[in-house]
Design a protein around this ligand. Structure first.
Ligand code: HEC
Ligand code: HEC
Ligand code: HEC
Ligand code: HEC
Ligand code: HEC
Length: 397
């Protein structure tokens, strides 16, 4: 318990700026013309290749690149009006499971001055509060205590019949950790999805399960430093006594003015580790405001207007461009049955340098696919699927 307290040692009350959340996308052809006036080479180069992504060909540049609420390109000055500020929040992470304490790991290179916290307010309306975000080098470091998460309260919640049989298991850890289950029949040759959201209460379902067999399993939790606990092996079968899964914590209104919310910000290398505790269990989202980005005048290399200073339209972050935007149209992409995304290399695996990944090393859609267009079918990064896979899975082929 002593070191769990560490995360809460220095908590601050923050004063809140309550903003209502609204926003309507604006999408106009003139905006795209504006993009192409500088990025014509990107477009012309793109359409020369054999396999062109339909929305690129159709010049739907804004869909993937421009903040939903920033689609009105007519830049107004930062302090123009509060109305504009209202629409500028772009959400980085949202947690839909109600909890009192939420943990977030955030990149430090593209968040400016403030963090925005969305909580579930009265009448299920969301409420947005802001807190100041100091530069990463001014934040005290979260040092590695070298202590593995302590796993407790491992509970078997039974086998359920859906399309396939699945089993659900929950447990708790004394510090924020990821969660995964290793399991199998007499051995541990299978693993569940890795839940990368940092939590202290974990619930994982595994499927498919054969209800006639006895399964062995262990639960695995890893903290932000990589300290990892693998529980003692246990077993379950259809006849193991099961505790029904509680309906879960209902999200309750955090107090209307956000009073009582506490937060702590620590630095983990170049990431912010943010802990926010509400007096009541609540959903929580965390976002940023790109309007606070320092204005840099960029030079239009694309069409040679090198000294033309310009203010660039705020672009979506890498997560939105490389995953979120894709899923808007490819709604049938199954993040579970398809290749995992948002995961880093497995132990012993290395990713080739020319496969792009997030700053923290996790893979996304564009790790395997070329953006815009490609010489390869399905716009994959290698001429054949096998060559693509071997880049990471050395044992394939
Ligand atoms: C006044 C010229 C200009 C306009 C208008 C413009 N851009 Fe850019 N943009 C640039 C320059 C210059 C760069 C930096 C060099 C580069 O990557 O080509 C850039 C960079 C980018 C990048 C890459 C950013 C990165 O971090 O790699 C994207 C994506 C982009 N612009 C998209 C757009 C979209 C979409 C529009 C239209 C909504 C647009 N741009 C309008 C000049 C412009
Ligand atoms: C389907 C989504 C999608 C569409 C539509 C799209 N892009 Fe991109 N674009 C990407 C992705 C993904 C990347 C690479 C990853 C990144 O920059 O984070 C990228 C990279 C870029 C870059 C930086 C690298 C480079 O190739 O120069 C520019 C500039 C750019 N896009 C401009 C455009 C323009 C202009 C349009 C419209 C004609 C457009 N994009 C349409 C997804 C898209
Ligand atoms: C605006 C909608 C839209 C968005 C956003 C979008 N796609 Fe697509 N995508 C399409 C359409 C339309 C096709 C063509 C489908 C077909 O031919 O059946 C396609 C096809 C593809 C294909 C098959 C190969 C090809 O080029 O035809 C891949 C791979 C793909 N998309 C990946 C992505 C990725 C990765 C992203 C995110 C960067 C993304 N898509 C974002 C609409 C979209
Ligand atoms: C591990 C590599 C890998 C990742 C990651 C990946 N894809 Fe693919 N994707 C492929 C390959 C390979 C194909 C070619 C089809 C095949 O043989 O499976 C493909 C095909 C597609 C297609 C064409 C239609 C289809 O299903 O055959 C779409 C659309 C697509 N991917 C979208 C996405 C989106 C969206 C993401 C991110 C959410 C993504 N892909 C992530 C490797 C990947
Ligand atoms: C960028 C590197 C990368 C590429 C390319 C890649 N994979 Fe993977 N793959 C991974 C990682 C990382 C995991 C483990 C995810 C996790 O931790 O659960 C994985 C997991 C898998 C799994 C789940 C079983 C296991 O080994 O954990 C299968 C199956 C798989 N990949 C197949 C493929 C195929 C087929 C291709 C080519 C289309 C491919 N992968 C391309 C990185 C990659």
């Amino acid at each position: 318990m002593a070191h769990a307290m560490k995360y809460f040692q220095t908590t601050f009350l923050f004063t809140l700026l309550v903003i209502l959340f609204s926003g309507s996308p604006v999408h106009s052809e003139n905006d795209v013309k504006e993009c192409l006036s500088c990025h014509d080479k990107t477009y012309n180069r793109g359409i020369m290749k054999a396999y062109i992504h339909q929305p690129f060909l159709d010049k739907q540049c804004l869909t993937c690149h421009v903040e939903r609420n920033d689609r009105n390109l007519h830049q107004s000055s930062r302090k123009s009006s509060s109305k504009r500020t209202k629409q500028k929040i772009s959400w980085l992470q949202k947690h839909y499971e109600p909890a009192k304490t939420h943990f977030f790991l955030l990149p430090s290179d593209n968040i400016y001055e403030k963090l925005y916290v969305q909580i579930k307010g009265e009448n299920n309306k969301s409420r947005v509060l802001s807190l100041p975000l100091p530069p990463i080098d001014k934040v005290s470091k979260l040092s590695n205590d070298g202590i593995k998460p302590r796993v407790s309260k491992i509970i078997f919640h039974g086998i359920k019949r859906g399309v396939l049989y699945s089993a659900t298991i929950s447990w708790e850890t004394d510090k924020p950790s990821t969660a995964q289950i290793l399991y199998g029949i007499g051995k541990f040759n299978k693993k569940s999805n890795l839940d990368t959201q940092l939590k202290t209460k974990h619930t994982i379902s595994i499927s498919p399960i054969n209800p006639k067999k006895v399964y062995s399993y262990t639960v695995v939790s890893t903290d932000v430093h990589g300290n990892k606990t693998i529980s003692q092996p246990m077993t379950f079968s259809a006849s193991t006594p099961a505790v029904p899964l509680a309906a879960g914590n209902p999200a309750r209104s955090a107090s209307p003015d956000g009073k009582g919310l506490k937060y702590e910000i620590r630095a983990l290398d170049n990431l912010y580790f943010v802990t926010i505790t509400a007096p009541q269990p609540t959903h929580m989202g965390i976002g940023k405001n790109n309007d606070l980005r320092p204005r840099i005048s960029i030079q239009a290399k694309d069409n040679g207007q090198e000294d033309k200073p310009a203010t660039h339209v705020p672009l979506t972050n890498t997560r939105e461009t490389n995953i979120t935007a894709c899923l808007k149209c490819h709604t049938d992409y199954q993040t579970e049955s398809s290749h995992p995304i948002d995961v880093g290399p497995k132990p012993g695996m290395t990713f080739p340098d020319d496969y792009p990944v997030f700053d923290d090393g996790r893979m996304h859609c564009m790790t395997c696919h070329d953006a815009h267009s490609s010489r390869n079918e399905a716009r994959i990064r290698r001429p054949t699927k096998q060559e693509l896979c071997i880049g990471c899975h050395k044992s394939y082929g």
